[in-house]
Design a protein. Structure first.
Length: 94
């Protein structure tokens, strides 16, 4: 495995693990899709960080990251909660 792939796998794993762990602390349960979403989000943030080192401004990177993650969560929510009825992002009991 090349270093780039190993790095991407490590970044994805850390994002997936962290996202799921946060969900466990807050709700006491999580779903595998939360981990997958966290991994994809962390890969995007990692890519933004590389661009930031090459001149991208921090506010621009922060806005891009926030918009990407919001869109990712929204689309996932539409598919998993609305279309499939899985109620993964149902926080009504909190």
């Amino acid at each position: 495995m090349t270093r780039t792939r190993l790095e991407a796998f490590a970044v994805f794993f850390m994002g997936a693990f962290s996202y799921g762990l946060c969900e466990l602390f807050v709700r006491g349960r999580t779903h595998i899709t939360m981990g997958l979403l966290g991994g994809v989000a962390m890969l995007f943030i990692h890519a933004l960080n590389s661009k930031r080192r090459n001149g991208m401004l921090i506010p621009s990177a922060a806005i891009a990251g926030a918009l990407f993650i919001t869109a990712l969560e929204y689309i996932s929510g539409l598919i998993l909660n609305v279309n499939l009825g899985l109620r993964i992002w149902d926080y009504s009991e909190l």
